[in-house]
Design a binder for this molecule. Structure first.
Ligand code: 5GP
Length: 246
């Protein structure tokens, strides 16, 4: 592996809704740039926002570092500066894995249940990543039939996602925040290992302040509840105060 100090950014490989991925001079390492842009509703609502990339880059770097310390292997290598990270190159499995502790969002809409109904145990769901199809709900059998993931991979993904949920709940509890739900993605490394990838940030989680009951996540943007970046900064400030997350 190339020394981290010798890594150079090369070509833009992929531009998503919130991040750009660049190749580097090491085939197993990617350069991620967090953009100052926020989107919702499959990109239909899109706004440039200064400082948004930085808060997400810092929040995700802290969380992935903590998860690795807790035995959850992931793609994160290093935060380079405010908006840039190095990560292990993986082949992303085109699934959004969602874990829910309380009913919200698409679950609430699909089943018509009370907002924030608390689940006795976490609910795991999968969505097939496809902008054209609007990320449809998918189950293990469909995923296997479509050759999106094997049965073993689906079981492993569920197991890791639940471990992530356990640790995230602990972290957010120390910040006086309830973790309603979150989305994670997984990928396979060049040697075939399945690891956690993408990002964990207020773009991909629903978080509620225990005292004020206010959203501290992208729902602020989705629902037009006010300025987003100050909310993300507030969350980052609280995360930085959690003693064992450093
Ligand atoms: P829902 O299925 O209720 O819309 O979303 C469940 C959770 O997954 C929420 O925390 C939401 O923010 C996250 N999520 C769902 N789809 C996406 C997506 O395309 N991008 C990101 N960043 N998060 C998502």
């Amino acid at each position: 592996m190339t020394e981290i100090a010798d890594i150079e950014k090369k070509d833009l490989l992929y531009k998503g809704k919130a991040k750009e991925m660049f190749t580097t001079n090491d085939p197993d390492i990617m350069w991620v740039h967090y953009m100052d842009q926020v989107t919702a509703f499959n990109g239909k609502k899109k706004v440039q926002m200064q400082g948004k990339g930085q808060t997400n880059c810092e929040i995700s770097s802290l969380i992935f570092t903590d998860l690795a310390k807790h035995g959850i292997e992931n793609h994160f290598i290093k935060q380079l500066d405010t908006n840039n990270q190095l990560v292990k190159r993986v082949k992303i499995i085109p699934l959004e894995t969602v874990v829910r502790n309380f009913a919200s969002g698409s679950f609430e809409k699909r089943y018509g249940v009370k907002h924030l109904m608390k689940f006795e145990k976490p609910v795991t769901e999968f969505f097939y990543k496809s902008d054209e199809l609007n990320d449809p709900f998918i189950n293990d059998f469909d995923a296997e039939a479509l050759k999106v993931a094997t049965e073993d991979q689906m079981n492993r993904i569920r197991e890791i996602a639940l471990k992530v949920n356990d640790r995230l709940k602990e972290i957010f509890a120390e910040m006086a925040v309830d973790l309603v739900d979150f989305k994670v993605e997984f990928g396979t490394t060049s040697d075939g290992q399945l690891i956690l990838a993408d990002e964990i940030s207020p773009d991909s989680c629903r978080l509620i302040d225990r005292k004020t009951k206010k959203s501290l996540d992208k729902d602020v943007f989705r629902k037009g509840l006010g300025a987003l970046v100050p909310v993300y900064k507030e969350l980052l400030g609280r995360l930085e105060k959690v003693e064992d997350v450093q």
